[in-house]
Every structure is written in C-alpha cells, then in structure tokens.
Design a binder for this molecule. Structure first.
Ligand code: NAD
Length: 241
C-alpha cells in the first residue's frame, strides 16, 4: 500500500491544483508535508504552508531550510510549481521566455539544489518533477511552455543518472485543475466548453488532479524503489492513442 508514515515531504506549488492534491494524499497516507508556494495562506491544515518564490534563489534556500527544520528533514521532494504560457514562436518576448524558464525550469533546479543535503540524509529519498505532455506532444500555440517542459524532462533524466537512488519523475497530462477551470471561466459558455474539452480527450473526460497525485505519490513512495528517470504519463491516453 501507499504508505508514508514517518516520512517528510516538500511540495512546491502546493497551494493549488496538482500540488495540493498530492500534498493532501501524502498527508492522508502518513507523511508530514510542507507546501512551498507564493500563496502559503491558501494551504489548508494539517499541511504546513511556507512562502517561497521558486524564481528567487534566496527565497528558495530560506524556505527549504525552514521546511527541513519544521519537518525534521526532507525525504520526498515534489517539484510541481509551474506557470503556463500561450503563444507561437512569433508571439512571446525574450522577457516572457526568461520568466517562464525561470519558474518552470530553474525553479526546479533551485529547490532540488537546496533540498539535496537533506535528501542525501534520508534513507528513502525521492524527487518527482511535474512535467507535461507538452514536453513531447508538439501542442499548437504552446511553444514556450512546451520548451520548458521538454527541459524538465531532460534535466530530470540527467539528474536521475547523477542521483541514481533519488531522481524519480512523473509526466502528467491535461489534468482537471484550476488551470483548466480558469480557462473555462473565460469561455462564453463554460459548460459547453467543458463538454467540448471532455469530448476531445481519448477517454472522454479530463484527468483529475487526484489521479495525477496518485501517480506522483507512487513515484515518491518506496513501492517504486527500483524506478528512476522514468516517464509516467497520466494523460488519459492523449500521447499514446
Ligand atoms: P495551479 O496553477 O493550480 O497551481 C500551481 C501552484 O504553483 C499555485 O499554487 C501557484 O501559486 C504556485 N506557483 C506559481 N508560481 C510560483 C512560484 N514562482 N513560486 C512558488 N509557487 C508558485 O497549477 P496546476 O495545474 O496544479 O499545475 C501544477 C504543475 O502541473 C505545473 O508544473 C504544470 O505545468 C503541470 N501541469 C499541469 C497540467 C494541467 O492541465 N493543469 C497539465 C500538465 C502539467
């Protein structure tokens, strides 16, 4: 069974969507969990909310040290904070490219770097980096976002090779989280737009944040002890069908 009793976990972007669903699941299964987020006030108890901007190295280092102190160590790191970006190669400015890479790619590097001394002290360390089907699917109007997630995939595999005992990753698909909710809110007819979105999925419905969280929790758990550098799509069949 998925069991995290006695383990501690740090989840970035843990105030919403996939990060919050993962943090909740890990806590229900026995882990002590701290969530690093721009909005720690949105993190519900018993999860511990800590303010951090993953685009700011000093903020990350301070928050990771606080988490390690409050939790008594870090066994599991879920690098999940990320932002979206729309546009073709003609649309996005250099500033936008720098900003989204800073959050989605360097954010994971900064948090992992700060957490590694603690992970090395754990007997069962695991790192899961939230990726996206955008890394490989060639989605239209998503060139910058896709490039960041391609970089996440590559850095995760290379880090897994360097840290063969602890570099584990997951690759979720289109999950039904607040991102999708916000897109739907802007539609003229949100119910019709949701139905159309569901119809475009191979399984006829969007993947839920809870389903992605289950896969992340598996990769973070001792159950997947021989799996590292793996790519686990939770995408309702979007890539394979
Ligand atoms: P979300 O917007 O619901 O949650 C993201 C969280 O990250 C928010 O709480 C936000 O405050 C936090 N965050 C954003 N920038 C931050 C920063 N600089 N520092 C610290 N925290 C920050 O998003 P979500 O849909 O749950 O996405 C989570 C991850 O899943 C992202 O990496 C995203 O790329 C990936 N993903 C999402 C989907 C999807 O369809 N929702 C699909 C594939 C991959």
């Amino acid at each position: 069974a998925l069991e995290f009793a006695g383990l501690t976990a740090l989840v970035t972007g843990g105030a919403s969507g996939i990060g919050l669903a993962t943090a909740r699941l890990l806590a229900v299964r026995g882990a002590r969990v701290a969530c690093l987020d721009l909005k720690p006030e949105d993190v519900p108890e018993p999860l511990i909310g800590i303010r951090a901007d993953v685009a700011d190295d000093a903020s990350v280092r301070a928050a990771v040290e606080e988490a390690a102190r409050v939790l008594g160590g870090i066994d599991i790191l879920i690098n999940n904070a990320g932002i979206g970006a729309q546009g073709t190669i003609e649309d996005n400015t250099d500033d936008e490219w720098h900003r989204v890479f800073d959050v989605n790619v360097l954010g994971m590097v900064r948090v992992t770097r700060a957490a590694l001394p603690h992970l090395h002290r754990s007997g069962s360390a695991a790192v899961v980096n939230t990726c996206s089907i955008a890394a490989t699917a060639g989605l239209p109007d998503r060139v910058l976002y896709s490039a960041t997630k391609g970089a996440v995939l590559a850095l995760t595999r290379a880090a897994a090779a360097d840290l063969v005992h602890s570099g584990i990753r997951v690759n979720p698909g289109t999950a039904d989280t607040p991102w999708i909710g916000r897109l739907l809110d802007r539609a003229a007819d949100p119910a019709a737009e949701r139905a159309a979105l569901n119809a475009r999925q191979p399984m006829g419905r969007l993947v839920s944040a809870e389903e992605v969280a289950t896969a992340i929790a598996y990769l973070a758990s001792p159950l997947s002890g021989s799996t590292t550098g793996a790519d686990l799509p939770v995408d309702g069949g979007m890539q394979g069908l």
